[in-house]
Design a protein around this ligand. Structure first.
Ligand SMILES: [Ca+2]
Length: 219
């Protein structure tokens, strides 16, 4: 959460940052709303004037709103706040990985993504099995270099979970990711990870579900 607040996000153009009711000035109670959204005590929908497009309230937006409150709307020229260098320990997306598994995910007594989600949440509180989109976001945030699983093994590939892909590209027989053998046309997408640089490779289609890959855990 802290890193989320500190993440350097420029506010997009707003008529007046922090002016929830559109009356042309930022009142103290409006600042309080912004702080509450930043602390995740309130939804961003409570006051869209704090939304910089990320759906969250970053510190730069809060500072901009305070400037507007002190000096009037238009005073704010939001600049990035102190940057925090993401690490896996304090990462905003990628939290770690479950041990390498076939495409028949079997965690917490449950086959498929549900069990993987539960296991991720247990190992990395609040997390779920990463989708490929989340892995790409983690890559962009520099969170994947040196990634290890819960056994301390270096991660070098991931199952590329993407619910929009066809079922037979998600190892799916009865639930997504429940197919482990190699013989009938059930495949999956996977992506390689350069563990040294944290760079993901291109999506590789038609990987056999019986092969072993990792499942990332993301927030
Ligand atoms: Ca107002």
């Amino acid at each position: 959460m802290l890193l989320t607040v500190l993440s350097p996000q420029l506010a997009s153009a707003q008529d007046c940052l922090g002016d929830c009711n559109g009356d042309g000035r930022v009142a103290v109670n409006e600042l309080v709303i912004g702080v509450n959204v930043a602390l995740q005590r309130a939804e961003i929908s409570t006051c869209e004037a704090f939304d910089d497009g990320s759906g969250e309230v970053g510190i730069a937006v809060l500072i901009g709103a305070v400037l507007n409150a002190l000096e009037g709307c238009g005073a704010a020229t939001p600049t990035p706040a102190a940057t925090a260098t993401p690490t896996t320990a304090g990462a905003t997306v990628f939290q770690g990985a479950l041990p390498r598994t076939s495409g028949r995910f079997s965690f917490q007594g449950s086959i498929g993504i549900d069990g993987a989600d539960t296991e991720c949440d247990e190992q990395f509180a609040g997390s779920h099995a990463c989708t490929i989109g989340e892995l790409r976001a983690a890559e962009s945030a520099g969170e994947l270099d040196g990634a290890t699983d819960t056994a301390g093994v270096a991660v070098t590939s991931f199952w590329a979970i993407d619910p929009t892909r066809p079922a037979d590209e998600q190892c799916e027989v009865s639930v997504p990711w429940d197919y482990a053998t190699a013989h009938t046309g059930q495949f999956a997408d996977v992506v390689a990870l350069d563990n040294g640089t944290g760079a993901l490779g291109a999506l590789q289609e038609n990987a056999v579900c019986a092969t072993q890959r990792w499942v990332g855990c993301c927030l």
